[in-house]
Design a protein. Structure first.
Lengths: 103, 157
């Protein structure tokens, strides 16, 4: 089982690396927000893996997990709000040009 | 046999995560993200946390992904790629660095997986103010969205 938990942790680490690389290299606003969702999903897998095989399980892990889900939900709400706003105002999704947004 | 299952799930997870950045249309990227959520839920089932996996499926796949797919499919055009070679190099280097740290995992692991459900009474008893704050965060995000769109987008008028 130890080798399998190592594979799962390694996969979650690689998923985190892919998401961070995507944030660093992509310019599309929506894709960057999706990358943040990937970061949250990888942290979920890591948290549950460490909780499941910890010799002294910490009850706070469940609250941490619910907090991660809550932050992910709020992030999607924010993404959709800005998506509708940027579509309506005909603002491009290139994050390097977001300084053109005016209130 | 179980190693093959874990490796297959990890491959699905990584392939769908990379597809988010490789696919040209944003809608396809969202579908790839949904697949990554499903793969991560399957890994949670493998870890013995069936209820957590079910909740993850309800929240991420049933809620967030459906919401994203519906909104983004209204008007989705092709997008300009990011820098794909640079993405591949950065992802590979970061993966190597992060996976290198896995060898320092503690060795005193539990023989059988702990159940998250069994810790629920302790968790909710000790940390309930945090959960109230989380509900407040969700409510304020939803209310802020409605106010923002009503003020800046003439969609609901």
């Amino acid at each position: 089982m130890i080798s399998e938990i190592t594979y799962i942790v390694a996969a979650a680490m690689a998923m985190l690396a892919i998401a961070v690389a995507g944030i660093a290299t992509d310019k599309h606003f929506v894709v960057i927000m999706l990358a943040i969702e990937l970061v949250l999903a990888s942290s979920t897998v890591l948290l549950v893996a460490f909780f499941a095989y910890n010799s002294v399980p910490n009850p706070g892990a469940l609250v941490m997990l619910i907090s991660i889900w809550g932050v992910a939900a709020v992030e999607v709400i924010t993404l959709i709000t800005f998506y509708i706003y940027m579509k309506y105002r005909d603002i491009g999704f290139d994050v390097t040009k977001l300084s053109r947004m005016k209130w | 046999m179980s190693e093959i299952i874990v490796l297959a799930l990890a491959a699905l997870l990584l392939a769908s995560s990379a597809a988010v950045f490789i696919l040209r249309r944003v809608l396809h990227a969202v579908i790839a993200l949904t697949l990554a959520f499903i793969a991560s839920a399957m890994i949670l089932i493998y870890l013995g946390q069936t209820l957590v996996a079910l909740l993850q499926l309800f929240i991420f796949v049933g809620g967030l992904s459906t919401y994203l797919i519906v909104v983004i499919s209204i008007e989705d055009k092709g997008r300009v790629y990011g820098n794909l070679p640079l993405f591949a190099v950065v992802a590979l280097l970061l993966s190597i660095v992060l996976i290198f740290a896995v060898q320092y995992l503690p060795t005193g692991l539990a023989a059988a997986p702990n159940s998250m459900l069994q810790t629920a009474p302790d968790a909710f008893g000790a940390y309930y103010p945090l959960l109230y704050m989380l509900v407040l965060l969700l409510f304020s995000a939803a209310a802020g969205t409605v106010l923002f769109i009503k003020k800046f987008v003439k969609l609901f008028r």
